[in-house]
Write a protein that binds this ligand. Structure first.
Ligand SMILES: Cc1cc2nc3c(=O)[nH]c(=O)nc-3n(C[C@H](O)[C@H](O)[C@H](O)COP(=O)(O)OP(=O)(O)OC[C@H]3O[C@@H](n4cnc5c(N)ncnc54)[C@H](O)[C@@H]3O)c2cc1C
Length: 461
């Protein structure tokens, strides 16, 4: 049976585009787990949407479970596989088909690497405003399937806001194509939305059209130290009111995290004293470098006088700007300091963040096996990440930490996943963000799109 299936797959993709009979062990399920060989029936590398469709028709007929692989950078176990499952890897569907500078769109196959799309648009003086640490590996199909966020959501929105068109293949091989460059289309249900953020459970994304912006030509940045959380919120309002829509980054780091990022063994140097309770990284994008710099500098001066902030440093060169942002972006330094790390990605209404994070830290510190707690995040989006290090790892320890972080979220209208998704790792906590009725509706959608439950089974619900 398996041999027949493999032969049929070879007929579809060609003998050079499939790994099986042990060769699949040369792949892995995550970019951070390259030492663990992949367990799967086989890995297929289609080159066209039609091949994906034929593969899915075959799998549908044979009730064959499929796991979709993009850049395998997700943080929720979404690309983990089992021996009996077939992997569809989009790596070879990586062409950028068109950049239309008049419509300001880019059209690409789903396997195109995000960084390649960003660079290609830059060459046309356009901006694809998606940016996060994994951009050099993440594929646009994976980015869409996880509705990824990142560092500029506050100004430009999540991935969903940039998607104009999606082509996807359903579990029975049907190709659903909505590849239009238009911004407005209220002709009935907006079906493409179903494939954005549904983590490959409803279809294989094969092609996309994204909306682009004119590229800003100036970037000004500052880092400031703040004592009270309420002034973080006040500063956000103050900058929004005075930066005329150019505020593009407002990222928060707690003192303990800032210290860890800027003390040995980290090689990064603190541009400002390590004594404040909160650090905010500020970015403003514009088109008149000198004017934009002066305006931000002036506002930082006013914030100091009004005692919203205790201290502030402007980046005076490209090099300084990059080294300030490296402190915020290079958080793998924290993961390296944390034994058995657990990562969190929660949403909290902005005014409640200060008190709630203090309460979580207080409860976490009572757990004898917790070694370090590093909170930071996209505070202007109400999205906080935690990296928590432990002395050991076992299911009870994981549960005890999850309980402290996730328990308060339902009551305050927060979310267990702001951007990374649910995958396999957060399934048990979906109920903290979604009502029973919502979860039932998700199950109904899944049954409609994938009645045999063969596509990314057991993810999310
Ligand atoms: C260092 C680092 C930093 C990160 N920073 C951020 C961040 O700031 N913000 C953020 O939101 N996320 C962040 N992420 C996680 C982020 O979700 C992923 O990096 C990215 O969006 C996933 O793209 P991928 O191609 O790697 O998808 P994969 O990991 O391969 O897949 C993700 C999910 O989508 C499915 N999938 C993949 N391709 C397709 C497709 N073509 N069609 C249908 N389903 C598909 C997979 O089955 C899986 O369920 C980070 C990850 C890392 C490692």
């Amino acid at each position: 049976m398996n041999q027949n299936l493999i032969e049929s797959l070879i007929n579809i993709v060609g003998v050079n585009n499939i790994l099986h009979s042990g060769a699949e062990k040369n792949r892995f399920t995550h970019i951070w787990k390259t030492d663990i060989p992949l367990e799967a029936l086989a890995v297929v590398y289609p080159k066209t949407t039609e091949e994906v469709s034929e593969i899915m028709m075959l799998c549908h007929r044979n009730k064959q479970e499929v796991i979709i692989h993009g850049g395998v950078t997700n943080l929720v176990g979404g690309t983990e596989t089992q021996k009996h499952q077939l992997v569809i890897a989009l790596d070879k569907m990586n062409s950028i088909e068109e950049i239309d500078s008049q419509s300001r769109t880019i059209t690409a196959q789903a396997g195109a690497i995000l960084e390649n799309l960003i660079d290609a648009t830059k060459a046309e003086n356009l901006l694809l405003p998606m940016s996060f640490g994994a951009k050099g590996s993440a594929q646009i199909g994976g980015v869409i399937s996880t509705n990824a966020g990142g560092l500029r959501v506050f100004k430009y929105g999540m991935t969903r806001q940039m998607v104009l068109g999606v082509e996807a293949v359903l579990s029975d091989g049907t190709i659903i194509s909505s590849l239009k460059k238009i911004i407005k289309d209220n002709s009935g249900y907006d079906l493409k939305q179903l494939f954005i953020g549904s983590e490959g459970t409803l279809g294989v994304v094969t092609k996309v059209i994204l909306r682009l912006c004119e590229a800003p030509t100036s970037r000004s940045s500052a880092i400031v130290g703040i004592e009270k959380y309420e002034n973080v919120v006040n500063l956000l309002k103050f900058l929004e009111q005075n930066l005329a829509g150019t505020l593009s980054g407002f990222e928060l780091m707690w003192k303990r995290t800032f210290k860890a990022m800027t003390s040995e063994p980290s090689h990064l140097i603190a541009p400002i004293a390590q004594e404040y309770n909160y650090y905010v990284f500020i970015e403003s994008l514009g088109s008149q470098a000198e004017y934009d710099y002066k305006r931000l500098e002036n506002l930082i001066g006013q914030a100091l006088e009004a005692e919203l902030i205790e201290d502030g440093v402007m980046a005076q060169s490209e090099r300084e700007l990059n080294s300030i942002w490296q402190i915020r972006e290079d958080v793998s330094i924290l993961a390296a300091q944390a034994n058995y790390d657990q990562h969190f990605d929660i949403s909290i209404p902005i005014p409640l963040i200060g008190e709630l994070v203090d309460q979580m830290i207080f409860e976490l510190e009572k757990l004898p096996f917790v070694e370090c707690i590093f909170p930071f995040g996209h505070v202007a989006d109400g999205n906080i990440h935690f990296i928590i290090g432990k002395k050991e790892n076992n299911p009870e320890i994981i549960d005890a930490i999850n309980f402290i972080i996730y328990k308060p979220l339902k009551e305050i209208g927060g979310s267990v996943s702001a951007e990374h998704g649910i995958g396999l790792h957060k399934k048990e906590y979906l109920f903290t963000s979604r009502s029973d009725e919502e979860i039932e509706m998700m199950k109904t959608l899944k049954k409609t799109f994938d009645p045999q439950n063969i596509l990314n089974p057991r993810r999310i619900i």
